[in-house]
Ligand binder design. Structure first.
Ligand code: DSN
Length: 431
């Protein structure tokens, strides 16, 4: 039995250990530009891989359905207190396993089956859980949508006001997965109040920027604020809900027992660590660099002749129109061509796209992960040129070889989880 507790993963399961090792190397050797991804600290990784995974703790700190929760209470209360401090929220629930479950819990707490909601169109940058017909939100509620204007490719708030007055939703859902511009939460809050609706702001993408005041906060203007914890916020994969004191009980009841059973205490402990990191002064400098890097990357791509949706970016991401009305390549081809040289991005529809979501006219690029590695403006200029070279000649073996070599050289200068590299996974003992 001793071996059960002491053996390294590599000895117990070489296939899984091998895949983890390969993934560690893939992350280290490539350039990660998926806007929703990031690299957590070793401290966050250790908390995630801790013995808290063994613990059931249904309920909330001080009110559990299981014995032995005293240390689970410590980490959950810490995560709650830190989340409230970061965002200036009256109440926080740190148990949602994901952003989707956070959103589902808000809907359960505040809507009835068949109620009307108004969410941002997915192909204009919204999210599946904001009312897509295939998602629980679209299946259970009557959905209308708003989007961006054709001219500016930014949210058309006058049109949003008009739709809200016409449709009279009970809830307006704002926040986005692929929107490069500042969101005017104050204006959306005013629109909602003018028709007696409530607002849920899903800040999954921009949470890190909001945390340090580099994007206006929705907290004063919206009844509910949800986020994932693993994007710009740079924590473990998971969700978080914030609300006013008056909705605290309803939210806690909706998360458990409404949507979930036992919380993932190991993940909650890692959320506490990440929130502690977000309260440090250097987190603000990190988020500022994320923004600076995004601006330089977008400008470089524009100089290289690519069209950036809405003409630029105010946040950590940008949408590049690679299709250019048929003169370029599809997002699908672009994603594959960049993947081949170890630049990881995702294809993405652009507003008023004529291609399907599976083909798409654009790619979405974000700077949070590369910024965590320590890359700055100079690297962004280099990467912008490399991306443009591939998009110009996606079939050229000569260009691919040259770019791949440059990617490898650049990645090697910014080490990532070096001590977790091949062959050492099973020997990580901390946690
Ligand atoms: N899948 C996430 C993203 O990439 O933006 C949103 O949930």
């Amino acid at each position: 039995m001793n071996n059960f507790f002491n053996a390294n993963l590599a000895e117990v399961d070489s296939i899984v250990a091998g895949a983890i090792s390969d993934e560690t190397n893939r992350q280290a050797n490539g350039l990660e530009l998926i806007a929703s991804e990031n690299f957590v600290s070793e401290a966050v990784l250790q908390a995630m891989g801790s013995v808290f995974t063994n613990k059931y703790a249904e309920g909330y700190p001080g009110k559990r359905y299981y014995g032995g929760c005293e240390f689970a209470d410590v980490v959950e209360q810490l995560a709650i207190d830190r989340a409230k401090e970061i965002f200036g929220a009256e109440h926080a629930n740190v148990q949602p396993h994901s952003g989707a479950q956070a959103n589902m819990s808000v809907f359960l707490a505040s809507l009835n089956h068949g109620d009307k909601i108004l969410g941002m169109n997915l192909s204009h940058g919204g999210h599946l859980t904001h009312g897509h017909p295939m998602n629980f939100s679209g299946i259970n509620f009557e959905v209308s949508d708003y989007g961006v204007s054709r001219e500016t490719e930014t949210i058309d708030y006058d049109e949003l006001q008009r739709i809200a007055e016409e449709k009279r939703p009970k809830m307006i859902v704002c926040g986005a997965s692929a929107y490069p511009r500042t969101i005017d939460f104050q204006r959306i809050g005013e629109i909602a109040r003018s028709i007696g609706a409530i607002v849920m702001a899903d800040i999954a993408h921009i949470a890190g920027l909001v945390a340090v005041g580099l994007h206006p906060s929705p907290v004063p203007h919206c009844e509910f604020v949800t986020t994932t914890t693993h994007k710009t916020l740079r924590g473990p994969r998971g969700g978080l809900i914030m609300c006013r004191e008056e909705s605290a009980k309803a939210i806690d009841k909706a998360v458990f027992p409404g949507v979930q059973g036992g919380p993932l205490v190991h993940i909650i402990s890692a959320k506490a660590v990440a929130f502690g990191e977000a309260l440090r002064e250097d987190f603000k400098a990190y988020q500022q660099q994320v923004l600076d890097n995004a601006k330089v990357l977008a400008a470089t791509l524009q100089t290289e002749g690519l069209r950036i949706v809405s003409g630029g970016t105010d946040n950590h991401l940008m949408l590049v129109d690679v299709f250019a009305g048929g003169k370029g390549i599809t997002g699908k081809v672009a994603e594959k061509a960049l993947d081949a040289v170890h630049i990881t991005v995702n294809k993405n529809t652009i507003p008023f796209d004529t291609n399907s979501p599976f083909t798409a006219s654009g790619i979405r690029l974000g700077t949070p992960a590369l910024t965590t590695r320590g890359m700055k403006e100079d690297e962004m200029r280099t990467i912008g040129k490399l991306i443009a070279a591939i998009l110009r000649e996606p079939e050229s073996e000569e260009v691919k070889t040259k770019v791949k070599n440059e990617v490898t050289e650049l990645a090697a200068k910014f080490s990532l989880y070096a001590h977790r590299s091949a062959g050492k996974i099973g020997s990580i003992s901390a946690g």
